[in-house]
Design a protein around this ligand. Structure first.
Ligand code: PHE
Length: 324
Protein backbone atom coordinates (compact mmCIF):
# COMPACT_ATOMS: atom_id res chain seq x y z
CA UNK A 1 0.00 0.00 0.00
CA UNK A 2 1.16 3.49 -0.78
CA UNK A 3 1.80 5.78 2.14
CA UNK A 4 0.51 9.24 1.14
CA UNK A 5 3.46 11.53 0.69
CA UNK A 6 3.98 15.22 1.39
CA UNK A 7 0.52 15.61 2.92
CA UNK A 8 1.73 18.02 5.60
CA UNK A 9 3.58 20.10 3.03
CA UNK A 10 0.51 20.25 0.79
CA UNK A 11 -1.67 21.23 3.74
CA UNK A 12 0.66 24.10 4.63
CA UNK A 13 0.60 25.36 1.04
CA UNK A 14 -3.21 25.19 0.90
CA UNK A 15 -3.58 26.98 4.26
CA UNK A 16 -1.73 29.96 2.84
CA UNK A 17 -4.79 30.61 0.66
CA UNK A 18 -7.20 30.86 3.62
CA UNK A 19 -9.10 34.16 3.62
CA UNK A 20 -12.19 33.39 5.62
CA UNK A 21 -13.24 31.04 8.39
CA UNK A 22 -15.11 28.87 5.90
CA UNK A 23 -11.98 28.52 3.68
CA UNK A 24 -10.24 27.09 6.71
CA UNK A 25 -12.91 24.52 7.50
CA UNK A 26 -13.09 23.45 3.86
CA UNK A 27 -9.37 22.77 3.66
CA UNK A 28 -9.34 21.02 7.02
CA UNK A 29 -12.03 18.61 5.89
CA UNK A 30 -10.12 18.03 2.64
CA UNK A 31 -7.10 16.86 4.64
CA UNK A 32 -8.66 15.27 7.71
CA UNK A 33 -12.33 14.66 6.84
CA UNK A 34 -14.01 11.34 5.97
CA UNK A 35 -13.09 11.53 2.30
CA UNK A 36 -9.52 12.69 2.88
CA UNK A 37 -6.52 10.76 1.60
CA UNK A 38 -5.45 9.89 5.14
CA UNK A 39 -8.85 8.44 6.07
CA UNK A 40 -8.96 6.44 2.86
CA UNK A 41 -5.52 5.06 3.67
CA UNK A 42 -6.75 3.99 7.11
CA UNK A 43 -9.64 2.16 5.45
CA UNK A 44 -7.25 0.40 3.08
CA UNK A 45 -5.32 -1.03 6.03
CA UNK A 46 -7.89 -3.84 6.23
CA UNK A 47 -6.63 -5.36 3.06
CA UNK A 48 -3.02 -5.57 4.24
CA UNK A 49 -1.44 -8.68 5.71
CA UNK A 50 -1.13 -8.58 9.49
CA UNK A 51 2.62 -8.03 9.44
CA UNK A 52 2.38 -4.83 7.36
CA UNK A 53 -0.77 -3.54 9.04
CA UNK A 54 0.93 -2.46 12.26
CA UNK A 55 3.90 -0.81 10.56
CA UNK A 56 1.74 1.13 8.12
CA UNK A 57 -0.80 2.14 10.78
CA UNK A 58 2.00 3.67 12.84
CA UNK A 59 3.16 5.72 9.85
CA UNK A 60 -0.38 6.84 9.06
CA UNK A 61 -0.99 7.83 12.69
CA UNK A 62 2.12 9.97 12.64
CA UNK A 63 1.02 11.75 9.48
CA UNK A 64 -2.46 12.31 10.91
CA UNK A 65 -1.18 13.81 14.13
CA UNK A 66 1.21 16.08 12.18
CA UNK A 67 -1.71 17.27 10.09
CA UNK A 68 -3.89 17.90 13.17
CA UNK A 69 -1.09 19.90 14.70
CA UNK A 70 -0.75 22.08 11.61
CA UNK A 71 -4.49 22.76 11.50
CA UNK A 72 -4.81 23.42 15.25
CA UNK A 73 -1.91 25.86 15.23
CA UNK A 74 -3.36 27.64 12.25
CA UNK A 75 -6.78 27.92 13.91
CA UNK A 76 -5.24 29.35 17.09
CA UNK A 77 -3.40 31.94 15.09
CA UNK A 78 -6.53 32.92 13.20
CA UNK A 79 -8.61 33.19 16.37
CA UNK A 80 -6.34 35.91 17.65
CA UNK A 81 -7.12 38.06 14.60
CA UNK A 82 -10.20 40.28 14.69
CA UNK A 83 -12.22 38.78 11.82
CA UNK A 84 -12.01 35.25 13.05
CA UNK A 85 -13.69 35.14 16.44
CA UNK A 86 -15.26 31.78 17.11
CA UNK A 87 -18.85 32.05 18.29
CA UNK A 88 -19.08 31.19 21.97
CA UNK A 89 -22.48 29.49 22.13
CA UNK A 90 -22.29 29.38 25.94
CA UNK A 91 -22.64 33.19 26.16
CA UNK A 92 -26.06 34.61 27.10
CA UNK A 93 -27.98 35.71 24.01
CA UNK A 94 -28.44 39.35 25.01
CA UNK A 95 -26.15 41.50 27.04
CA UNK A 96 -26.86 45.03 28.07
CA UNK A 97 -23.85 47.26 28.07
CA UNK A 98 -23.84 50.71 29.65
CA UNK A 99 -26.82 52.93 30.24
CA UNK A 100 -28.35 56.15 28.92
CA UNK A 101 -26.34 59.32 29.63
CA UNK A 102 -28.01 61.66 32.17
CA UNK A 103 -28.41 64.34 29.47
CA UNK A 104 -30.16 61.85 27.16
CA UNK A 105 -32.41 60.80 30.04
CA UNK A 106 -33.25 64.44 30.75
CA UNK A 107 -34.04 65.11 27.06
CA UNK A 108 -36.33 62.06 26.94
CA UNK A 109 -38.15 63.18 30.06
CA UNK A 110 -38.72 66.70 28.67
CA UNK A 111 -39.81 65.45 25.23
CA UNK A 112 -42.24 63.01 26.85
CA UNK A 113 -44.16 65.88 28.49
CA UNK A 114 -44.64 67.83 25.25
CA UNK A 115 -45.24 64.78 23.06
CA UNK A 116 -48.11 64.01 25.39
CA UNK A 117 -49.55 67.39 24.37
CA UNK A 118 -49.14 66.43 20.69
CA UNK A 119 -46.06 68.53 19.97
CA UNK A 120 -44.07 67.15 17.03
CA UNK A 121 -40.36 66.55 17.50
CA UNK A 122 -37.87 67.87 14.92
CA UNK A 123 -34.11 67.66 14.62
CA UNK A 124 -32.32 70.70 13.28
CA UNK A 125 -28.92 71.38 11.71
CA UNK A 126 -25.98 72.12 13.98
CA UNK A 127 -24.18 73.79 11.07
CA UNK A 128 -26.44 76.58 9.98
CA UNK A 129 -26.51 79.68 7.82
CA UNK A 130 -26.32 83.11 9.37
CA UNK A 131 -29.86 83.73 8.11
CA UNK A 132 -31.54 80.86 9.99
CA UNK A 133 -29.52 81.46 13.16
CA UNK A 134 -29.83 85.27 13.19
CA UNK A 135 -31.31 87.05 10.17
CA UNK A 136 -34.72 85.39 10.06
CA UNK A 137 -34.92 85.68 13.85
CA UNK A 138 -34.90 89.46 13.60
CA UNK A 139 -31.23 90.00 14.49
CA UNK A 140 -30.04 92.73 12.07
CA UNK A 141 -26.44 92.29 10.83
CA UNK A 142 -24.84 94.63 13.34
CA UNK A 143 -27.24 94.13 16.25
CA UNK A 144 -25.47 93.97 19.64
CA UNK A 145 -27.59 90.93 20.64
CA UNK A 146 -25.32 88.90 18.33
CA UNK A 147 -22.46 89.63 20.72
CA UNK A 148 -23.91 87.27 23.36
CA UNK A 149 -23.98 84.53 20.72
CA UNK A 150 -20.30 84.46 19.83
CA UNK A 151 -19.56 81.21 17.98
CA UNK A 152 -17.48 79.50 15.29
CA UNK A 153 -17.93 80.78 11.76
CA UNK A 154 -17.12 78.42 8.92
CA UNK A 155 -15.41 80.12 6.04
CA UNK A 156 -14.47 77.55 3.44
CA UNK A 157 -15.10 77.79 -0.31
CA UNK A 158 -18.21 75.63 -0.16
CA UNK A 159 -19.57 76.80 3.18
CA UNK A 160 -19.25 80.56 3.23
CA UNK A 161 -21.62 82.19 5.68
CA UNK A 162 -22.13 79.06 7.79
CA UNK A 163 -21.69 78.88 11.55
CA UNK A 164 -22.19 76.51 14.46
CA UNK A 165 -25.68 77.40 15.63
CA UNK A 166 -25.79 79.33 18.89
CA UNK A 167 -29.30 78.23 19.85
CA UNK A 168 -32.01 75.84 18.71
CA UNK A 169 -34.19 78.80 17.65
CA UNK A 170 -33.08 78.15 14.04
CA UNK A 171 -35.55 75.24 14.13
CA UNK A 172 -38.42 77.69 14.65
CA UNK A 173 -37.70 79.15 11.21
CA UNK A 174 -37.30 75.75 9.51
CA UNK A 175 -40.55 74.45 10.96
CA UNK A 176 -42.53 77.60 10.07
CA UNK A 177 -41.20 77.59 6.51
CA UNK A 178 -41.75 73.86 6.08
CA UNK A 179 -45.38 73.74 7.19
CA UNK A 180 -48.35 75.98 7.63
CA UNK A 181 -49.96 77.01 10.93
CA UNK A 182 -51.10 75.66 13.33
CA UNK A 183 -47.67 74.41 14.46
CA UNK A 184 -46.73 72.73 17.71
CA UNK A 185 -43.12 71.69 17.54
CA UNK A 186 -40.22 70.71 19.75
CA UNK A 187 -36.57 70.35 18.86
CA UNK A 188 -33.64 69.11 20.94
CA UNK A 189 -29.99 69.45 20.01
CA UNK A 190 -26.53 70.81 20.57
CA UNK A 191 -25.65 74.48 20.39
CA UNK A 192 -22.30 76.32 20.53
CA UNK A 193 -21.15 79.50 22.23
CA UNK A 194 -17.95 81.06 23.45
CA UNK A 195 -18.56 80.27 27.11
CA UNK A 196 -16.81 78.03 29.62
CA UNK A 197 -17.01 77.85 33.42
CA UNK A 198 -18.68 75.70 36.10
CA UNK A 199 -22.15 76.57 34.82
CA UNK A 200 -21.45 77.14 31.09
CA UNK A 201 -19.97 74.99 28.32
CA UNK A 202 -18.93 75.92 24.78
CA UNK A 203 -21.18 73.08 23.61
CA UNK A 204 -24.46 72.47 25.39
CA UNK A 205 -27.97 71.17 24.75
CA UNK A 206 -31.17 73.10 24.26
CA UNK A 207 -34.77 72.17 23.68
CA UNK A 208 -36.79 74.61 21.61
CA UNK A 209 -40.56 74.75 21.75
CA UNK A 210 -42.84 76.64 19.39
CA UNK A 211 -46.61 76.96 19.22
CA UNK A 212 -48.28 79.00 16.46
CA UNK A 213 -52.04 79.08 16.26
CA UNK A 214 -55.01 81.43 16.41
CA UNK A 215 -55.57 83.18 19.76
CA UNK A 216 -52.38 82.11 21.48
CA UNK A 217 -51.50 84.46 24.32
CA UNK A 218 -48.89 84.91 27.02
CA UNK A 219 -51.27 83.11 29.41
CA UNK A 220 -50.85 79.90 27.39
CA UNK A 221 -47.08 80.25 27.55
CA UNK A 222 -47.07 80.89 31.30
CA UNK A 223 -49.44 78.03 32.00
CA UNK A 224 -47.51 75.45 30.05
CA UNK A 225 -44.09 76.47 31.44
CA UNK A 226 -45.25 76.38 35.06
CA UNK A 227 -47.00 73.05 34.56
CA UNK A 228 -43.97 71.60 32.76
CA UNK A 229 -41.56 72.64 35.55
CA UNK A 230 -43.78 71.02 38.16
CA UNK A 231 -43.94 67.84 36.09
CA UNK A 232 -40.16 67.86 35.66
CA UNK A 233 -39.29 68.31 39.34
CA UNK A 234 -42.33 66.35 40.47
CA UNK A 235 -43.44 69.01 42.98
CA UNK A 236 -44.92 72.47 43.22
CA UNK A 237 -42.30 75.01 42.20
CA UNK A 238 -41.81 78.72 42.78
CA UNK A 239 -41.54 80.06 39.23
CA UNK A 240 -40.66 83.65 38.25
CA UNK A 241 -41.05 85.27 34.82
CA UNK A 242 -38.46 88.05 34.60
CA UNK A 243 -38.78 90.56 31.72
CA UNK A 244 -35.95 90.12 29.24
CA UNK A 245 -34.98 90.76 25.64
CA UNK A 246 -34.68 88.50 22.59
CA UNK A 247 -34.94 90.00 19.08
CA UNK A 248 -37.31 87.21 17.98
CA UNK A 249 -39.88 87.45 20.80
CA UNK A 250 -41.93 90.35 22.12
CA UNK A 251 -42.59 90.46 25.02
CA UNK A 252 -39.72 88.27 26.21
CA UNK A 253 -39.00 86.72 29.57
CA UNK A 254 -36.45 84.62 31.34
CA UNK A 255 -37.82 82.03 33.71
CA UNK A 256 -36.24 81.39 37.11
CA UNK A 257 -37.11 78.77 39.66
CA UNK A 258 -36.41 79.00 43.36
CA UNK A 259 -34.15 76.21 44.35
CA UNK A 260 -33.29 75.42 47.97
CA UNK A 261 -30.75 77.77 49.46
CA UNK A 262 -29.38 78.75 46.04
CA UNK A 263 -32.17 81.28 45.46
CA UNK A 264 -33.56 82.03 41.99
CA UNK A 265 -31.94 80.13 39.11
CA UNK A 266 -32.54 80.77 35.44
CA UNK A 267 -33.71 77.75 33.44
CA UNK A 268 -35.11 79.05 30.17
CA UNK A 269 -35.83 81.97 27.84
CA UNK A 270 -39.21 82.51 26.23
CA UNK A 271 -41.68 84.98 24.77
CA UNK A 272 -44.35 85.66 22.17
CA UNK A 273 -43.09 85.15 18.61
CA UNK A 274 -42.21 88.56 17.14
CA UNK A 275 -44.57 89.61 14.28
CA UNK A 276 -41.49 90.22 12.06
CA UNK A 277 -40.50 86.56 12.48
CA UNK A 278 -43.99 85.36 11.57
CA UNK A 279 -44.04 87.58 8.48
CA UNK A 280 -40.57 86.39 7.38
CA UNK A 281 -41.96 82.85 7.54
CA UNK A 282 -45.05 83.81 5.51
CA UNK A 283 -47.42 83.52 8.46
CA UNK A 284 -49.86 86.39 8.79
CA UNK A 285 -49.29 88.02 12.22
CA UNK A 286 -52.78 89.49 12.10
CA UNK A 287 -54.31 86.00 12.02
CA UNK A 288 -51.83 84.01 14.00
CA UNK A 289 -49.78 84.44 17.15
CA UNK A 290 -47.38 82.13 18.89
CA UNK A 291 -45.05 81.53 21.77
CA UNK A 292 -41.57 80.04 21.86
CA UNK A 293 -39.18 78.91 24.54
CA UNK A 294 -35.64 77.58 24.75
CA UNK A 295 -34.66 75.34 27.67
CA UNK A 296 -31.13 74.65 28.83
CA UNK A 297 -31.01 70.86 29.26
CA UNK A 298 -27.74 70.71 31.24
CA UNK A 299 -29.04 73.42 33.59
CA UNK A 300 -32.20 71.42 34.34
CA UNK A 301 -30.19 68.21 34.70
CA UNK A 302 -27.80 69.93 37.16
CA UNK A 303 -30.72 71.00 39.34
CA UNK A 304 -32.47 67.65 39.07
CA UNK A 305 -29.42 65.53 39.92
CA UNK A 306 -27.78 68.07 42.24
CA UNK A 307 -24.65 68.45 40.08
CA UNK A 308 -22.46 71.43 40.97
CA UNK A 309 -20.12 71.51 37.95
CA UNK A 310 -21.63 71.27 34.46
CA UNK A 311 -18.35 69.88 33.07
CA UNK A 312 -18.96 66.61 34.97
CA UNK A 313 -21.53 65.64 32.33
CA UNK A 314 -18.86 65.42 29.66
CA UNK A 315 -15.83 64.22 31.65
CA UNK A 316 -16.62 60.52 30.86
CA UNK A 317 -16.11 59.70 34.52
CA UNK A 318 -17.92 56.40 35.18
CA UNK A 319 -18.02 56.98 38.95
CA UNK A 320 -20.04 60.12 38.28
CA UNK A 321 -22.18 58.66 35.50
CA UNK A 322 -23.12 55.60 37.57
CA UNK A 323 -24.42 57.82 40.35
CA UNK A 324 -26.87 59.92 38.36
N1 PHE B 1 -32.77 81.15 21.90
C1 PHE B 1 -32.77 81.80 23.19
C2 PHE B 1 -31.40 81.59 23.84
O1 PHE B 1 -30.73 80.67 23.49
C3 PHE B 1 -33.86 81.27 24.09
C4 PHE B 1 -35.23 81.55 23.57
C5 PHE B 1 -35.90 80.63 22.79
C6 PHE B 1 -35.87 82.74 23.91
C7 PHE B 1 -37.18 80.91 22.33
C8 PHE B 1 -37.14 83.02 23.46
C9 PHE B 1 -37.80 82.10 22.68
O2 PHE B 1 -30.99 82.31 24.71
Amino acid sequence: MLIPKDLTKKASVRLKQVKTESDFFKIRSEFLGKKSVIQKSFQALRKLPQSEKIKTAKKLNLIQSDLSLIFNNFANELRSTVNFQPIDISLPAFQEYGSAHPISKTIDKILAYFEHLNYQTFFGNEIETDWYNFGALNFPDDHPARQMHDTFYIDSKSKKGYLLRTHTSNTQIHSMLDQSAPIYMLSAGRVYRCDSDTTHLPMFTQIEGLAVDKDISFVDLKGIIIDFLQYFFDRKMDVRFRPSYFPFTEPSAEVDIKFGTSGWLEVLGCGMVHPNVLSTCQINPKLYSGFAFGLGVERLAMLYYGVKDIREFYASNLDFLNQV
